[in-house]
Design a binder for this molecule. Structure first.
Ligand SMILES: Nc1ncnc2c1ncn2[C@@H]1O[C@H](COP(=O)(O)OP(=O)(O)O)[C@@H](O)[C@H]1O
Ligand SMILES: CC(=O)N[C@@H](CCC(=O)OP(=O)(O)O)C(=O)O
Length: 299
């Protein structure tokens, strides 16, 4: 007997067939945040969705975080994690731990993809000079080896896609002097999506999407134009990590990505439901002139 979960997936995909054909071979960047990697089953669900996207003809690229795991290891080696405006203060020791942990998470995700029969290659932003950066400061404050992406060289990603590999990228970059920097994974994902003019950019987090009241999941805003998103930031409706995330979405749209999505990576089949159903499950952000309330499979 066929398992119900496969039948559900098949139903979503059958409904989405015209869309799948229209966007065949288009690049999708999926930012998979550490807060949505809470257990093995959920991780497997997300990876299964990404693999399915690849099998039906898209070209997905995973850019992952691992903030929670880095903090756990920083604690294990007897240091205290510190953040300024959501960015990890990264001294030399922290940089070493962050790079080790992100590489570990990277290879775990690669294994999970490969366990489903699709070949993946895990790289950091240092490989092939993918992510060039310079030292970032936060409000004039020195926060150590935190990088601002200044340049993306996507050649390595095009080469991997061309050879049919699924790229898995961790957010470590290099400056002009080949020093390693810790880059916020949202920044890395949007920089990559912009440089490749991806069809889609999706941020998987541990919240339903953008909420009018952050403690009330039923206040989910399903669709937002850039102006509305800017207003939510100005009015203080969004706070914490959602401010830079939404700003990244706005910037990505202003730089040519047509739709960007913020969704809950803890929901089974979140990517399929967001991309391939008219209602979606998260928040879709789009240009001001886009047609709202008619996702038409997120045109
Ligand atoms: N209006 C809002 N809607 C949704 N999330 C919000 C809002 N305001 C603040 N947040 C916070 O932003 C967080 C998401 O950002 P962040 O923790 O940086 O995500 P991630 O670690 O997955 O990249 C949510 O968990 C929530 O606590
Ligand atoms: C500079 C900075 O803060 N870098 C992040 C990189 C990982 C990340 O962004 O992970 P999530 O997506 O899981 O938050 C960090 O060290 O936590």
């Amino acid at each position: 007997m066929i398992k119900q979960e496969y039948l559900d997936k098949a139903a979503v995909l059958i409904e989405a067939l015209p869309y799948i054909q229209r966007f065949n071979r288009k690049i999708m960047v999926v930012k998979y945040g550490g807060s949505a990697m809470i257990d093995e089953k959920l991780k497997k669900n997300v990876i299964a969705d990404v693999v399915l996207l690849k099998l039906v003809g898209f070209k997905p690229i995973i850019v992952h975080g691992g903030g929670k795991e880095i903090s756990r290891w920083v604690g294990m080696v007897g240091m205290e994690p510190h953040f300024v405006n959501g960015l990890r203060v990264t001294d030399e020791d922290t940089m070493e731990v962050a790079e080790m942990v992100l590489n570990k998470v990277n290879k775990e995700l690669v294994s999970m993809v490969q366990a489903l029969g699709v070949k993946a290659v895990g790289i950091s932003g240092k490989d092939g000079c993918l992510l060039g950066c310079r030292k970032k400061t936060s409000g004039g404050q020195d926060i150590g080896y935190v990088g601002d992406v200044t340049h993306v060289d996507p050649k390595i990603l095009y080469d991997l896609l061309e050879k049919d590999f699924l790229p898995v990228v961790c957010p470590i970059g290099m400056d002009d002097h080949f020093h390693s920097y810790n880059i916020n994974a949202d920044d890395a994902a949007s920089a990559i999506a912009e440089s490749m003019q991806a069809e889609k950019l999706a941020f998987l987090s541990d919240i339903e999407g953008v909420l009018r009241d952050k403690d009330d999941p039923s206040s989910l805003i399903s669709e937002l134009t850039v102006s509305e998103a800017e207003e939510l930031i100005r009015e203080g409706v969004v706070g914490g990590g959602m401010i830079p995330k939404l700003q990244n979405c706005i910037d990505a749209i202003n730089r040519g990505i047509s739709r960007v999505h913020i969704l809950d990576g803890r929901i089974p089949h979140c990517l399929l439901l967001e991309f391939f159903t008219n209602e979606g499950i998260g928040t879709a952000i789009m240009k001001d002139e886009s047609q709202k309330f008619n996702r038409e499979f997120q045109k």
